[in-house]
Design a protein around this ligand. Sequence first.
Ligand SMILES: Cc1cc2nc3c(=O)[nH]c(=O)nc-3n(C[C@H](O)[C@H](O)[C@H](O)COP(=O)(O)OP(=O)(O)OC[C@H]3O[C@@H](n4cnc5c(N)ncnc54)[C@H](O)[C@@H]3O)c2cc1C
Length: 337
Amino acid sequence: MLKTESNADLTHFNTFAFPCDAKVLYSIDSDEDLPLLRQELRNAPCLILGGGSNFLLPEKLDCAVAHINIKGKKLVNENDRRCLLEVAAGENWHEFVQWTVSQGLWGIENLALIPGSVGAAPVQNIGAYGVELSNVIDWVEFYHLKTGEFIRLTPGECQFSYRQSIFKTELKDAAVITRVGLRLTRTPNPQLDYGPLQSFQHSDNLTPAFIAAKVAEIRQSKLPDPGVLGNAGSFFKNPIISDEHYRVIKQAFPDVIAYPQQKQWKLAAGWLIEKVNFKGLRKGAVGVHQHQALVLVHFGGGKSEQLLALAKEIQQTVQSTFGVLLEKEVRTYPFCG
Ligand SMILES: Cc1cc2nc3c(=O)[nH]c(=O)nc-3n(C[C@H](O)[C@H](O)[C@H](O)COP(=O)(O)OP(=O)(O)OC[C@H]3O[C@@H](n4cnc5c(N)ncnc54)[C@H](O)[C@@H]3O)c2cc1C
């Protein structure tokens, strides 16, 4: 039987810790729950929820919410080049990373301490410290809420790019990811090109567990812990602009932080926000983190609409100063219908 709760309080289901009253909350604990969910919904919209670490939820949510809790992980097969792992959507991402590094497996150690569930990881192709999930994905399995089928996609079919996948476009809110297949390896393959990790490039006897621990240390020193201060990590994506546009900005602001991307440039969104003096700014119960301008925070006792208003103000100021649109990385409402 499908576990159902009416008028559910989602305050503890989002890392901003904003109060949210959802019309109905379904707990999806196994594959068998999914056809039952489909029957209940009868094509009505449904928000798929993992750990709620990439959401800004409204005070009142008029559609159904399905919280994905399917558990399990296993080593499917192994040869001298790679290990194929299968992991269920409801597993905690960081705990899964810890499990892989404890077995000496390389591939996702740079993605340690990213909050949230395994099932959400392919949705925005999580990335950190020079590694993206798409580097190690073998397949993604999902249940199609419209057709009632279980389907497996290859990495190519997932259409991964920077913080993007098919699950944010044509399969948005229609695909419940149930399981992910990953290709990891026991052959040492440290990825240490990213700033603070470069200091380990000449170290001997590196292990994936050592790198995961260093990544966790760096993250803890830079990012606010959502358990202490409500936040959803980077609120905006780093914008990608043309070479021509970059030259105009560079002339006016020689200290601009940007990285070449084929014939374009990826700008550091945090630098843009800092430059227009929003870093550390507090507006009542919400604000911009004092050390990390890309992270918007909830100090407690506020409403998500206050944070949304602050985000809009930042977008408008950055747009009028640099001619750059900051796209949100965090998913904000309205969601349903
Ligand atoms: C402090 C902090 C640091 C962060 N750092 C990073 C970082 O370095 N890199 C990075 O990429 N992200 C980062 N994030 C963002 C976030 O952790 C990731 O996007 C994470 O994958 C979200 O997981 P979740 O389970 O909380 O997803 P949720 O917030 O619950 O959902 C996110 C999206 O995925 C969808 N979804 C969730 N589960 C499923 C499923 N099973 N099937 C289909 N769709 C689903 C939801 O509908 C929604 O659209 C950070 C967040 C915080 C709070």
